[in-house]
Design a protein around this ligand. Structure first.
Ligand SMILES: [Zn+2]
Length: 277
């Protein structure tokens, strides 16, 4: 009897287990095959598209920072410290990006983008006020600028000294040539033209041990002969005083600039920088 009970219990256990594993249990769906890894090298990162069109760039031209002495024949060349400070504040507030000439020329040459609202700040001749008044204000905003230095003004009274130019360069500012003697290059002899254009470049490069790649014509006066000499001398760009914003398609050796006058209101300054005629 006991044995019969054990056989029945075993049979029951087997029957229940078989039921649980019946084919009625749904089968899991077959997962799709995994994609096979591609053969060969991973694809190189795609080259960014080259820029072929840039908005015009306002290249601003300053001379003296401060108030003109009474009776000065060209008071417009003096922009007061307060006016200059207000102009830099305005540029900052309005989202302009002062850039170096090197940045502009490299972008144009290599098809790279420039920051929105790019603008270039330049000073001519080499007055001490450029470094003494201008540099601290520029640095407060983190703005770069360019000094076009007339070689024979260096270390003269009221002009920049060697030490000031070094301070300027160490602050990340740029240096370009504005000839040696500020001659009208359209009327200079061949010998003088060479001394002013080629000579000033080697003088600045030797004195400050940097490459000098930009040039500003005295009083903006240029002709074919002066332009050719500037190109042959190894500069990359040169500036006149033709009043317009600079464009990538302009002749790089006859680029325009916008003069900032002492009497300019902030509205007049804003119109110039925004490249509105
Ligand atoms: Zn000048």
């Amino acid at each position: 009897m006991k044995r019969l009970f054990l056989v029945l219990a075993l049979f029951l256990a087997f029957f229940l287990t078989a039921c649980r594993l019946s084919p009625a249990t749904p089968l899991a769906e077959t997962p799709p095959p995994l994609p096979l890894p591609q053969e060969g090298e991973p694809a190189p990162p795609r080259e960014p598209e080259k820029v072929t069109q840039w908005p015009p760039v306002a290249v601003l031209m300053y001379h003296q920072l401060g108030d003109p002495p009474p009776g000065h024949p060209w008071p417009e060349l003096y922009v007061s410290k307060d006016a200059f400070a207000a102009q830099l504040d305005w540029l900052d507030r309005e989202g302009f990006h002062p850039v170096t000439l090197k940045e502009v020329l490299t972008a144009w040459r290599e098809g790279r983008p420039l920051p929105d609202k790019s603008v270039v700040i330049t000073f001519d001749d080499g007055y001490a006020s450029t470094v003494q008044v201008g540099l601290p204000l520029l640095q407060a905003h983190g703005f770069p600028a360019v000094l076009f230095l007339q070689g024979n003004l260096l270390n003269r009274a009221g002009a920049v000294s060697d030490a000031m130019v070094r301070t300027w360069l160490e602050a990340g500012m740029e240096l370009g040539s504005h000839t040696m003697r500020h001659l009208d290059l359209t009327r200079a002899s061949e010998k003088d033209l060479e001394a002013e254009v080629v000579g000033s470049r080697s003088f600045l490069e030797t004195t400050f041990d940097i490459p000098v790649l930009t040039f500003a014509y005295p009083a903006g006066r240029a002709d074919d002969r002066a332009r050719s000499m500037v190109e042959q001398a190894g500069y990359e760009a040169a500036f006149t005083t033709r009043s317009a914003c600079a464009r990538a398609e302009d002749d790089p050796f006859l680029l325009p600039r916008l003069r900032v006058n002492g009497s300019d209101s902030l509205e007049a300054f804003a119109r110039k920088v925004s490249c509105h005629p």
